[in-house]
Design a protein around this ligand. Structure first.
Ligand code: COA
Length: 240
């Protein structure tokens, strides 16, 4: 499911079951020593996916430990991202020579709990979410918006080492092409040289799961209007 959302330079592996043969390195196991079973399983299977993905890049199995603010620590020449939700786990990795950042996120295709949309969505985003909830109710657009923002954060944080709030990214979606864009709303004073000012990504829905994915090429600025954001018609919530 996830590999189709990412460029060929990215190796992505997903799983809908927890393989019994999945194991952890001792230092990884230490990280979840006191965790409940659900956490152990998602942590372990995401790393099983990651090691298979790393093997696809020709790299050996290695521990993948949580680093600053929980961001996974990859080998120096690797970028990647992991996600897990009920019934779905995934990892995506690439060489830093090809990609500057990857952000992936999976969520159940269920509507957000009451009140959450208001806390994560900008007014313009609430507008397209409500419209699409009426016209294409097979996708929980509120949850998909949440997933896209999580993908943005997972790409942003390893690139910059800085936090990003939900109101800092304005998401627009193309429901037919299954693409999305994030325009960062940070004031110029909050941006440092080389920071991305936007991201573009792809999304999918299937098997009760929503997945969003962003891959930032190493050689192209991650800005809206950059080459990676080749123009496409924004059908809903167009803001770019
Ligand atoms: C960290 C966060 C993005 C994780 O997303 P989630 O939907 O809760 O959980 P997922 O299962 O999809 O992803 C978990 C994985 O994200 C990765 N992750 C955690 N913190 C991360 C960070 N700071 N940067 C990048 N990746 C991170 C880890 O690999 C983690 O898996 P692991 O704990 O097994 O190693 C989320 O909990 C969070 O803190 N969000 C607030 C910030 C935010 O989203 N802002 C919106 C900006 S528009």
């Amino acid at each position: 499911m996830i590999a189709q959302l990412l460029p060929t330079e990215v190796v992505a592996v997903d799983a809908t079951l927890d393989p019994p043969e999945a194991t952890l390195f001792p230092e990884e196991a230490e990280q979840i020593r006191n965790a409940v079973e659900k956490r152990r399983l998602e942590f372990t299977t995401a790393r099983w996916c990651a090691r298979r993905a790393l093997a696809g890049l020709g790299l050996p199995a290695m521990p993948i430990l949580p680093g600053l603010r929980g961001a996974p620590q990859w080998a120096p020449d690797v970028v990647g991202s992991m996600t897990h939700c009920n019934g779905y786990r995934a990892a995506a990795v690439a060489r830093t020579s090809d990609m500057a950042a990857i952000g992936i996120d999976a969520e159940p295709n269920d509507t957000l709990p009451e009140g959450i949309l208001e806390s994560i969505a900008l007014p313009q985003e609430r507008g397209w979410v409500r419209q699409l909830m009426r016209t294409a109710p097979e996708v929980c657009w509120d949850r998909l918006l949440f997933s896209m923002k999580e993908s943005v954060y997972k790409a942003w944080f390893p690139l910059t080492g800085r936090e990003l709030d939900f109101e800092d990214a304005l998401i627009t979606v193309n429901p037919l092409a299954r693409t999305f864009r994030a325009r960062l709303l940070l004031p110029a004073s909050a941006l440092k040289e080389g920071d991305p000012t936007g991201f573009s990504g792809r999304w999918s829905a299937g098997g009760g799961v929503l997945v969003s994915a962003i891959a930032v090429p190493a050689t192209v600025p991650a800005t809206v209007g950059g080459q990676q954001n080749a123009p496409y018609q924004m059908l809903v919530g167009s803001a770019a």
